[in-house]
Design a protein. Structure first.
Length: 173
């Protein structure tokens, strides 16, 4: 406590806490900018892959984006399935199915797992692919759920099952 008082006397304590008891802004500016950018790109997206941690599927959802995400075609990818309890994860899959929400447990570092996710994405977009060959699929999720691992795996798999058609994956940051 004496250390904090000493810092406050030097004028450094204001960086650590608000002496007047006001609200502390925990949402840094760069996060606000990124959230606005994601919201803008969501308007253009044909499908959203929302990556969540399969061990904590509700806690790893981005609550700020849920209103926009619920209005879009969406696939929830429960990543890190190799680290989760399989019985509990299957109950979460059943829960999302009962909510009429496409959900798939994946391991973003497994080629076969990511391939199955891409097949689901292609299935969800099959009708749209025939009308418009260029579609935007956006990958979103809170930090540390495995978005980058998934995107890197997608880059490695970048071919389609449809004859004469190559899927091109462009990552917009």
């Amino acid at each position: 406590m004496r250390g904090l008082k000493r810092l406050a006397k030097k004028g450094l304590g204001e960086m650590a806490f608000n002496a007047e008891g006001g609200a502390i802004n925990w949402f840094p500016g760069h996060m606000a900018v990124a959230t606005r950018a994601i919201r803008q790109r969501l308007k253009l997206a044909d499908l959203v892959v929302e990556v969540r941690d399969s061990r904590i599927p509700l806690s790893s959802a981005n609550e700020d984006l849920q209103p926009q995400l619920s209005a879009k075609r969406r696939v929830i990818a429960l990543n890190k399935k190799d680290l989760a309890n399989n019985n509990i994860m299957q109950k979460w899959v059943q829960y999302f199915d009962s909510c009429k929400q496409d959900c798939m447990p994946i391991n973003a570092r497994s080629r076969s797992s990511v391939q199955k996710l891409l097949e689901l994405v292609e299935l969800k977009l099959k009708e749209a692919i025939t009308r418009e060959p260029t579609l935007l699929v956006i990958v979103v999720g809170v930090p540390n759920v495995g978005k980058s691992a998934l995107i890197n795996s997608i880059h490695q798999i970048a071919s389609s099952r449809f004859p004469g058609m190559m899927l091109t994956y462009l990552v917009l940051l």
